[in-house]
Ligand binder design. Structure first.
Ligand code: NOJ
Length: 451
């Protein structure tokens, strides 16, 4: 599928080219100007949870360096900038008192985007719940919808005149499974007792958030972003096929199907879903779980091969790693499979009811070497070429695919991987905060210029 001569022109003049970041991964300044603690600030103190004991306290200091970083976005030729709002920066306790200094920061950031001709896309929730709300149960609490309503309403009132593109949740499957089932991400909760309420509250907030933004912001375009991964059975044995179907229901269907009005995915012989089906039966929930998004964001970082594994609780499936299958993979161990990316775009499109798809994140971690001021990240360039070709193929076949956002601008805080897993188009020396554009950044600039 590789098309070495691919250029942005092939996507047409209206296609949106963006770059995405997230507050807890980039901003740092975790105690500056009245910000409250988020679950990531607290979780990162727990021994052994984050590689190298890394903390998100400073990250790449976007809070102070946003003007320079936006200049980089501009210099690389992108016209869209996606960022998230740190809830605890504007509402330090999650509810209650508004922190005007935090509010002012996002006004400055948005104004700077507009000054540079960058269209802002705001993500409301990119995984950094205020710690004060976590103390009351966080995403498992029945108060979550009330809290999210307050936060969303405040953001719309403050920024709705200037920001028209909104993304409600970033990868709800990511934060509910890693944070409330597996304990690998903040807040480190485990088990289905936490997972189910977190999922259901996220599904409700996803839809209700859409309604709030639509009614509060004139001419708003509202989307939400989903992670997705094609799941392939390791063998054609029935037990492996069923394992793949179970993993698929969780990874790819759990959040989009309720949004489309289908309720939670139905699957025989998968007791894990039974509890959620109860919500389908209550008509009021099915209706409240639905929202007619203007666009949906797709984020595909890997495909998965799984086999039946009785030892894995509930799911009874485990991954057969790309390295052991000797297929191409990134330094995260994630399988590189642009064909499966193409198939996932098509699959989401073919649901019906999806009006527009944007790739709200795409990128890869490869070990970078900074040598004499140069990062020659040829493997990342090749990755983008392959994935952009796959996206183009889907678009040419009629998918209303309208944008692609690279993940990410600068190397940043990669959650439980700390600072080692670098996804940026721009290298960061975390000791000095010095930025160096990687060759992939220059490649993107030329690609966007059409040269
Ligand atoms: C998706 C998440 O939204 C983002 O925060 C993360 O850094 C990338 N995946 C890479 O893991």
């Amino acid at each position: 599928m590789t098309n070495p001569s691919i250029s942005a022109n092939a996507f047409g003049p209206k296609f949106q080219w963006g770059i995405a970041i997230a507050a807890p991964q980039n901003e740092g300044a975790y105690l500056t100007d009245g910000r409250g603690l988020s679950i990531w600030d607290v979780f990162s103190r727990r021994t052994g949870k984050i590689k190298g004991g890394a903390k998100p306290y400073e990250a790449c200091d976007f809070y102070h360096r946003y003007k320079d970083d936006l200049m980089l976005v501009k210099a690389l030729g992108f016209t869209v900038f996606r960022f998230s709002i740190s809830w605890s920066r504007i509402l330090p306790e999650g509810m209650g008192k508004v922190n005007r200094e935090g509010i002012a920061f996002y006004h400055r950031l948005i104004d700077e985007c507009l000054l540079l001709g960058l269209t802002p896309y705001v993500t409301l929730y990119h995984w950094d719940l205020p710690q004060e709300l976590q103390k009351q149960g966080g995403w498992t609490s029945h108060q979550m919808l009330k809290w999210f309503t307050r936060f969303t309403t405040l953001c719309c009132e403050e920024y709705g005149d200037k920001v028209k593109n909104w993304i409600i949740l970033n990868e709800p499957m990511g934060f509910t499974s890693l944070g409330y089932m597996l304990g690998m991400h903040a807040p480190g909760k485990t088990g289905i007792r936490n997972f189910f309420p977190a999922v259901h509250n996220a599904v409700l907030c996803q839809a209700e958030g859409g309604r709030i933004v639509k009614s509060a912001v004139t001419k708003a375009r509202v989307g939400t972003s989903f992670s997705c991964s094609e799941v392939v059975p390791y063998s054609q044995r029935e037990e492996d096929i069923l394992a793949a179907q179970r993993a698929d229901a969780l990874l790819n269907r759990l959040f989009i199907e309720p949004a489309l009005g289908r309720g939670y995915p139905q699957m025989e012989r998968f007791p894990l879903l039974d509890k959620l089906h109860l919500h389908n039966k209550a008509w009021k929930y099915t209706e409240r779980m639905q929202f007619n998004f203007d666009f949906i964001g797709i984020q595909n970082y890997f495909s998965l091969t799984v086999r039946n594994n009785a030892l894995i609780p509930y799911l009874h499936a485990s991954e057969v790693k790309a390295a052991s299958r000797k297929v191409p993979h990134t330094d995260m161990g994630w399988e590189i499979n642009p064909e499966s990316f193409y198939r996932m775009i098509k699959r989401f499109w073919l649901y019906g009811g999806v009006k527009e798809i944007m790739i709200t994140e795409g990128g890869a971690y490869f070990k970078d070497i900074l040598h004499n001021g140069v990062v020659n990240d040829a493997r990342r360039i090749d990755y983008f070429k392959q994935y952009l070709s796959a996206a183009l193929k889907a678009r040419k076949e009629g998918v209303n695919l309208t944008g692609y956002f690279a993940w990410t601008l600068t190397d940043n805080f990669e959650w439980s991987e700390g600072y080692k897993a670098r996804f940026g188009l721009v290298h960061v020396d975390f000791a000095t905060q010095l930025r160096t554009i990687k060759n992939s950044g220059y490649w993107f600039r030329d690609f966007l210029r059409g040269s």
